[in-house]
Design a protein around this ligand. Structure first.
Ligand SMILES: [Zn+2]
Length: 382
């Protein structure tokens, strides 16, 4: 058992990180700023937390001691994880992190600061961080996570030791579903393929019938987006599915947080809260709403990726390629689309979906962008 067990299908990255921990006392020492990059669902923050745990552990990340357990549970006093629910990390947040990083470790050997969404650091916040990682205190280790190195200022990434995660192979994802979640081998293989290497999505697809239903609904969108009214309806449906998905993804954690907050205050319902803490309660509820909104954008992106995978399958069928389909369970629909559409139209549709994904992150007028996309899905030759 070790903290690295949780990092699925990333042998190279794990080798780099665990060697750094192992050799931290050698003359070359330990790099004090790290950048972990990889696509959504590849396990960036899992890898960053495992690294933090291994640094605190007396045994390179045994996975059993208090330092390992507390780091992974998010309660280690010398490990700070910034997981923002905003589109931009605020300056004040970085000020707090820098202050935290400058204090000596209370118990562990290092102060480790993990920034899960370093790509959301802009301007002032990014420059403050840059100053900090140029000359960090000897006991401090920064671990920044982002989808790709290009998401950070060149000045920041050049000061970081870089670790790249890939899309985990489907068989590695499937193995986790079988070993840790008791899913049957067949179901696991299907969920791993349908998730396209996103571990969290694969787990939801394997264990949650609602997640499976939502995926099927997304993949039906091209059939329903007929004519402009159908396209408008399909666009709305995509947003509803994404909202449902995102609510489901964060609901349990938020409920637990509410319950523990109320317990701390010695009450059972928000109505019983003393007047002086009600503002704090409201702030927590606002934070939860922001979380759902951010998660809805992620959910929508996920839906678009599912649609892209459908059209990729269509192209494969049209080309007669002997490659397994991502959406093998929807083969009939894939074949119908393959007969109906010209390959050039399929490629055009893929372009439109890709552009729409980009617009999601740019905060463009979302309903319009989606409608423009579904109109094209309904009539690819237009
Ligand atoms: Zn340990």
């Amino acid at each position: 058992m070790s903290v690295w067990d949780a990092v699925v299908g990333q042998e190279r990255a794990v080798a780099t990180l665990s060697q750094a921990v192992h050799r931290r006392l050698q003359p070359s020492g330990l790099a004090h700023a790290w950048l972990v990059t990889g696509p959504p669902g590849s396990g960036r923050s899992v890898a960053a937390r495992a690294f933090a745990a291994a640094l605190q552990c007396g045994d390179d990340g045994c996975g059993r001691c208090a330092d390992c357990a507390e780091t992974l549970a998010g309660t280690h006093p010398d490990v700070t994880v910034l997981a923002t629910d905003e589109m931009q990390v605020r300056k004040d947040t970085v000020v707090q992190l820098v202050r935290r990083a400058s204090v000596s470790p209370t118990r562990g050997r290092y102060v480790v600061v993990v920034v899960e969404d370093a790509d959301r650091l802009r301007d002032v916040a990014a420059n403050m961080l840059l100053k900090e990682i140029e000359e960090p205190p000897p006991h401090t280790v920064w671990v920044l996570c982002a989808p790709s190195p290009e998401d950070l200022l060149p000045t920041i990434r050049s000061r970081c030791r870089q670790v790249t995660l890939g899309v985990p192979r489907a068989d590695a994802v499937a193995r986790v579903l079988v070993d840790r979640h008791g899913v049957s081998a067949g179901e696991a293989a299907w969920a791993a393929a349908a998730s396209q290497g996103h571990i969290g999505v694969a787990r939801r697809l394997a264990v949650d019938p609602d997640a499976r239903r939502r995926r099927r609904e997304v993949l039906q969108v091209p059939n329903r987006a007929v004519g402009v009214p159908g396209a408008v309806e399909a666009a709305q449906e995509l947003r509803d599915i994404a909202t449902e998905e995102s609510t489901a993804a964060v609901e349990a954690a938020q409920e637990a947080e509410n319950a523990s907050w109320l317990r701390t205050m010695g009450v059972q319902t928000p109505e019983e809260l003393p007047r002086q803490v009600r503002a704090q309660w409201r702030e927590l509820q606002e934070q939860h709403k922001r979380q759902v909104r951010r998660s809805a954008t992620d959910g929508l992106d996920r839906a678009l990726l599912d649609l892209l995978s459908l059209y990729r399958d269509v192209l494969l069928v049209q080309a007669g390629a002997p490659v397994p389909l991502v959406n093998a369970d929807m083969r009939a629909d894939v074949e119908r689309l393959a007969r109906r559409l010209a390959p050039a139209d399929v490629l055009r549709v893929c372009d439109v979906i890709t552009t729409t994904r980009r617009r999601l992150t740019q905060n463009a007028a979302l309903p319009l962008a989606l409608e423009a996309m579904t109109v094209r899905l309904g009539d690819p030759a237009a």
